[in-house]
Write a protein that binds this ligand. Structure first.
Ligand code: HEM
Length: 135
C-alpha cells in the first residue's frame, strides 16, 4: 500500500521545485489574510522563519502519517504558540490553513480537489494539536 498522504508529500515537493520562494509567498498571503497577523511578525527574521516553517510542514506531514517522533516537535510548537508563549488566538489558525492551500494551489500544477482534501486533513491535524492550548 502507498504511504498515507504521499500525495501531499509529492505536492509539497512539486510546489517547492516550481517556486523556490514558496514559503515567502505563503507569508505574504498569510500576513495579508487578517489584520491581527502582520503585527505578530514585525520582528521576524524571514530568512530563518522560512527555513523553520519548511521543516514544520514536513513535521506536519509526518505527524499525519503517524510518525511518533513528529509529535515531540509539535509539543514544543504548542508551547511556543500557546497561552504561556506567543498566545496566538485560536481563531487565526484557519487563516494559516487557507493561506497554505492558496500558496500550494498557485505552485503545484498537478493540484486536484482530492489533493486539497488530503492537504486540509494534514494541516488540520497539526493545527488541532498546536492550538489545543490556545486562548
Ligand atoms: C495562526 C497561526 C499561526 C501564527 C499566527 C503563527 C505565528 C508565529 C510567530 C509570530 C512565530 C515567531 C516568529 C519569530 O520568531 O519572529 C512563529 C514561529 C514558528 N511557527 Fe508559527 N504561527 C502559526 C501557526 C503555526 C503552525 C500551525 C505551525 C506548524 C508547523 C507553525 C510553525 C512555526 C515554527 C516551526 C516556528 C519557529 C519556532 C518557534 O518560534 O516556536 N506555526 N509562528
Amino acid at each position: 500500500m502507498e504511504q498515507k498522504y504521499f500525495n501531499v508529500q509529492r505536492s509539497f515537493g512539486r510546489s517547492l521545485i516550481n517556486n523556490p520562494k514558496l514559503i515567502n509567498r505563503f507569508y505574504d498571503i498569510f500576513i495579508s489574510s487578517h489584520p491581527a497577523i502582520r503585527p505578530l511578525f514585525k520582528n521576524t527574521d524571514f530568512a530563518h522563519q522560512t527555513e523553520v516553517l519548511k521543516q514544520g510542514l514536513n513535521i506536519a506531514i509526518m505527524y499525519a502519517q503517524g510518525h511518533p517522533v513528529a509529535e515531540n516537535t509539535l509539543k514544543v510548537l504548542r508551547k511556543s504558540h500557546g497561552k504561556d508563549g506567543m498566545n496566538i488566538d485560536r481563531s487565526l489558525y484557519k487563516y494559516w490553513i487557507d493561506s497554505l492551500i492558496r500558496t500550494v494551489t498557485e505552485s503545484d500544477h498537478k493540484f486536484t480537489p482530492d489533493i486539497e482534501r488530503e492537504w486540509r486533513e494534514v494541516l488540520q491535524k497539526t493545527v488541532d494539536y498546536i492550538s489545543a492550548d490556545a486562548r
